[in-house]
Every structure is written in C-alpha cells, then in structure tokens.
Design a protein. Structure first.
Length: 55
C-alpha cells in the first residue's frame, strides 16, 4: 500500500513536470515566432527600401 501511494505521488510529480515543460515549451515557441516575424518584417522593409532607392 505504501509503495502504491509513493507511486501515485511520483506520478503526480511527473505530471506536474510534464505540464511545466509543455508551458515553457509553448512560451519558447511563441517567443521564437515573434522573433522570426520581426526578422521577416524587417527584411521586407529593407528590401522595399532598397527597391525604392534603386528604381
């Protein structure tokens, strides 16, 4: 019985770690998406500026 309780506690801890990892991962993903979109937008602006100056 004691081992069963211990097992359920460790399982709960594992689930907590898992959900924490998922939330951290999603935050990381959104941060990466934000950075990528900024880079893409900056590149588009630069290309447009160069296009305007050369034409």
């Amino acid at each position: 019985l004691v081992s069963l309780i211990h097992l359920s506690q460790s399982f709960r801890l594992l689930l907590n770690d898992f959900s924490l990892a998922i939330s951290i991962n999603s935050q990381f993903e959104s941060a990466i998406n934000l950075v990528l979109s900024r880079i893409i937008n900056n590149t588009k602006k630069k290309c447009r500026r160069n296009y305007l100056t050369f034409h």
